[in-house]
Structures are given as structure tokens and as C-alpha cells.
Design a protein around this ligand. Structure first.
Ligand code: SAM
Length: 329
């Protein structure tokens, strides 16, 4: 059978014979067997949800929604922050513009679903253990014992009314547990902490009670060794609030904007710190008045250092550092 090729020596001299490559084989592929490379596609395309922007009109609608649902007065200058936070919600809902997202949030379906994720996105959750330390120093053994014996005798009921990821509630729990433990058993009172927030996301973290060891810098060493567990595999930086403390702390969702929120019992101590600063003056005073009804006469109502109590008609007496006592008269 004849091959399609001939010995190289029989090739006709090519015009390029002098080339270092030597003569071309007749089997060499022709250009017609190839096609041009299509223009390179852009390596990363910015997804639609990331390109969405909030114009003035939509920004106004979203700020109004934030105010109505959470009480938070967000300035229009927060446009970029809001836009960035909400981009994640557009992505999660497969949307590429804010007007469709607003329509979803205000639909009956959205009010029962997406609205919670929206709230979780817009609230500010900054917190820490033993934040604003003077409040915890004030709750010394004698004060806690007095508070525990005056109300429902032998039970100290405390409430962290915007607990974020739980650091405030567990700090309250540590001082209560330590004070009770220092008493002779026959005089020991019981205690409980209710921790609530509007955000389901932070409540889930608070229930988990797992933190990084460095977050405990301000926690007194004796409380750390008594109530905090370190991860068994020494490599991890994770620590967990111990079960002896956790079993006294319960969590729930309470929106302070709801007129008839109800913590379920009258409290000896309420902490409502670093949340009212995000509300306008009128909303702040309304919420303070509502919270005040849930502190028993003689109990403590503690605001954040930056909070301001303007309503002088409320039955509250300033003790110090934004710590108020509900008047007994
Ligand atoms: C900055 S954190 C303060 C946490 C803690 N009290 C402290 O002082 O460290 C504010 C918390 O208030 C919550 N919050 C905002 N609006 C609220 C509302 N209407 N009702 C209840 N909690 C709200 C937020 O979800 C957030 O966790």
C-alpha cells in the first residue's frame, strides 16, 4: 500500500529551503483546521446584586422602614453602609435592584420572612464583656443581696434588654453567681438573667455562648476561672461560658418598639444600654417609660453612659453613672 508521503529527499525544493527548519512535511496541518481564539471573557464579572445602588427616593423609604420597625434613626449619610449591608440580602433573594427588595420587604410574605433578615442586617451589635465597668462594680455583693431580698424574696431577677451577642447578659450573670456563691449556703439567693434583642441572629450567637479568649480581657481572673471553659484542644482560641452560668440565662426576642412588650415578670435590675442612642429623642423617652414599668420600686434601671434620660416625670432617681433607682413612692 502506497503511503501518502514521499521520502524527504524527493521533496521539491521549497522557497524556504535555506531555512533552518528544513523542508515542511506535506502532512503539516493547515490553518483551515484551526479557528481564531474568541476574545477573552472578563475573568470576574461583578454580579448584578453588587452593582445595585440606593437612589434618594429609595434611601428615604428604607430609612423610614428601619425607623418604623426597629426605632433606629439612621442618617441619610449612612447610604453607603446600608447599601453594602443590604447587598447580601439582594444576593440571598436572587434580586439585582433595591426597588424589588423594598417591594419584597413590604409584601405580606416579606413581612413574615425577609423582614427579620433585614433587621438582622441593619442593627449595630457592638458589645463586650464588662463594657462600661462602673455599672458592674456598682453591683457589689451587698447591693445584689439587698436587691435579691427586697423583691420576690430570695430571687434576683435581671434583664439585659438589648443583649446583642450575650456579653452583657453573661457579665451580669458572672457578678450575680459570684456574689451568691460567696454567701453561706443558708443565705444564698437564686438569680436569673433574661436576655432579649430584636435580632434573631445575635440571639443565636448569644445562646451558643462561644467566644474568643481575647474577648475576656476585661473579665476579672477569678470569674474567668470559675465560669468560663477553654477548648480542650489547646490550639483553639475558643472559650465557652460554662453550663453553671448558662442554665440561669434565658434568651428571647423582644422588640422595644412594641408598645406591649412583656419580659414575663417584674425585674429587680434592667440594663438597657447602648441601644437608645440609635433612636430619636421621642422614641427613646417612650421606651424608657415603658421599661420603667417593668422595674419594681427600689429596683435598678441602668442606661448606657451615652444615653440621656430627659423625662423628669418618670419615677426614677439617679444614683450615679446613669444608674437609676425606681422610686418607692
Ligand atoms: C450596640 S448593641 C448594645 C449591646 C449591649 N447592650 C451593650 O451595651 O454592649 C445594640 C443592640 O440593640 C439591639 N436593638 C436595636 N434595636 C432594637 C429594638 N428595637 N429592640 C430590641 N433590641 C434592639 C441590636 O440588635 C443590638 O444587638
Amino acid at each position: 500500500m502506497q503511503t501518502a508521503t514521499r521520502p524527504l529527499s524527493q521533496d521539491a525544493p521549497s522557497p524556504c529551503a535555506a531555512s533552518a527548519k528544513g523542508p515542511r512535511s506535506r502532512n503539516a496541518p493547515t490553518d483551515s483546521a484551526f479557528k481564531t481564539v474568541p476574545p477573552a471573557r472578563r475573568a470576574i464579572e461583578t454580579p448584578g446584586w453588587m452593582q445595585a445602588t440606593l437612589d434618594d427616593a429609595l434611601l428615604g423609604k428604607f430609612l423610614h422602614l428601619v425607623h418604623t420597625v426597629c426605632g433606629i434613626s439612621m442618617a441619610p449619610s449612612k447610604r453607603l453602609m446600608l447599601q453594602t449591608r443590604l447587598h447580601r440580602r439582594l444576593q440571598a433573594n436572587g434580586l439585582t435592584d433595591f426597588s424589588s427588595y423594598y417591594a419584597l420587604l413590604t409584601s405580606p410574605e416579606g413581612r413574615n420572612g425577609e423582614l427579620q433578615a433585614f433587621v438582622d442586617c441593619v442593627v449595630t451589635n457592638e458589645t463586650s464583656f464588662f463594657r462600661e465597668r462602673p455599672h458592674f462594680d456598682f453591683l457589689d455583693d451587698a447591693t445584689l443581696t439587698r436587691l435579691a431580698m427586697e423583691g420576690e424574696p430570695g430571687h434576683l431577677a435581671m434583664w439585659s434588654a438589648a443583649c446583642s451577642t450575650g456579653e452583657e447578659a453573661y457579665s451580669m450573670a458572672m457578678v450575680a453567681a459570684a456574689a451568691a456563691a460567696r454567701l453561706p449556703e443558708s443565705e444564698r439567693w437564686r438569680w436569673s438573667v433574661l436576655a432579649t434583642d430584636i435580632s434573631i441572629k445575635v440571639l443565636a450567637e448569644a445562646r451558643r455562648a462561644v467566644y474568643q479568649a481575647r474577648e475576656f480581657d476585661r473579665v476579672p481572673a477569678s470569674l474567668l476561672s470559675a465560669y468560663v471553659l477553654r477548648a480542650r484542644d489547646g490550639a483553639s482560641d475558643a472559650v465557652r461560658i460554662g453550663p453553671d452560668l448558662r442554665k440561669h440565662v434565658s434568651f428571647g426576642q423582644i422588640n422595644l418598639m412594641h408598645e406591649r412588650f412583656n419580659p414575663g415578670r417584674v425585674m429587680d435590675v434592667i440594663f438597657c444600654r447602648n441601644v437608645l442612642i440609635y433612636f430619636d429623642t421621642k422614641t427613646q423617652q417612650e421606651i424608657i417609660a415603658r421599661l420603667c414599668r417593668h422595674v419594681r420600686p427600689g429596683g435598678l434601671f441602668i442606661l448606657g453612659h451615652a444615653d440621656v434620660l430627659r423625662d423628669t416625670t418618670l419615677p426614677l432617681r439617679l444614683v450615679r453613672n446613669n444608674i437609676y433607682e425606681r422610686r418607692k413612692d
